[in-house]
Design a protein around this ligand. Sequence first.
Ligand SMILES: NC(=O)C1=CN([C@@H]2O[C@H](COP(=O)(O)OP(=O)(O)OC[C@H]3O[C@@H](n4cnc5c(N)ncnc54)[C@H](O)[C@@H]3O)[C@@H](O)[C@H]2O)C=CC1
Ligand SMILES: O=C([O-])CC(=O)C(=O)O
Length: 337
Amino acid sequence: MGRTPVTVTITGAGGQIGYALLFRIASGGMLGDDTPVRLRLLEIPQGLRAAEGAALELQDSAFPLLAHVDVTDDPAVAFDGANVALLVGARPRTAGMERGDLLQANGGIFGPQGRAINDHAADDVRVAVVGNPANTNALIAASNAPDVPRERFTALTRLDHNRALGQLSAALGTPVGGIRGVTIWGNHSATQFPDVAHATAGGDPVPTVLAARMGGTEAAHDWLVDQFIPRVARRGAEIIEVRGSSSVASAASATIDHVRDWVLGTGDRGWTSAALWSHGEYGVAEGVISSFPVTSQDGTWSVVEGLAVDAFARERIDASVAELVDEREAVRSLGLI
Ligand SMILES: NC(=O)C1=CN([C@@H]2O[C@H](COP(=O)(O)OP(=O)(O)OC[C@H]3O[C@@H](n4cnc5c(N)ncnc54)[C@H](O)[C@@H]3O)[C@@H](O)[C@H]2O)C=CC1
Ligand SMILES: O=C([O-])CC(=O)C(=O)O
């Protein structure tokens, strides 16, 4: 273990996704087999014992790449020198809670965490927000970290992207590895737009393959509108219904995918999806954190340029971005950004 360890901070580390994430990070699944890691586990006081238990199990796993584990309830300690920050801990919506209450409660988490990242993280810090509402929580954190480039704050839509790959693979009988060019646009919510207009399966255009299998372009469009898009966009709710609790291992796996691609690059695998600070690409309102088609090189995400957006896609993208703008107005009026 010759290299300097990379410091990875995980918030909500005593929770479900945290537990699924820690062991994959420590085994090299996120940053590579040659990169030692130092883990900083942040919890609230009532979650500390669970995080401490996970730290004991990490020790018992004897991962050669794991340099050190700290457990703390102090954001200043947790983010000290952080190179990668995974913001997983969030306040879930509970019975009787309005959307404004949820945003307010999460503002109380992501505002201070943004400030702690600003003041204590390493200069190259990269932040991935998982805790919901992920896009707007990322916006709150970014807005409270004025010294950190906004491009370093991202929100997870890779789970939605992976869900779209899984659905297409099942419908077309093509292995997920043979599908490219899928995009998730907008918010990590039911308004998201999973877009296959530019996708290929085994090298063939997905719209053409769908039309051939389903008996015409209209039938293919109906399948996309009535089945594929709602299934992907509401998959989180479907998992809750079937499992009895929300996605955990798939969410952790998507988080690993997101950071690995960001840090190590997307290479020749084509684009993926991630929610980034909008500079107005594809007509998306500036200053919201919205999902785009993205590639990464040298540790920097870039939005894929020049994709044609037809009237159907325009309407769907605009609807999801309108929701992000509404959420931004709500947190602005609460004084959170
Ligand atoms: N973006 C995505 O694709 C997905 C996001 N999620 C979201 O991820 C979040 C975490 O999910 P789970 O791990 O299943 O929940 P969980 O409830 O098992 O764990 C959350 C943990 O966060 C901790 N926490 C709360 N406030 C904190 C704070 N201020 N600082 C540090 N830790 C804090 C809690 O004590 C708890 O241990 C939820 O918001 C969930 O909705 C879940 C699935 C997919
Ligand atoms: O829907 C939820 O509560 C969790 C989530 O974000 C997802 O599974 O996509």
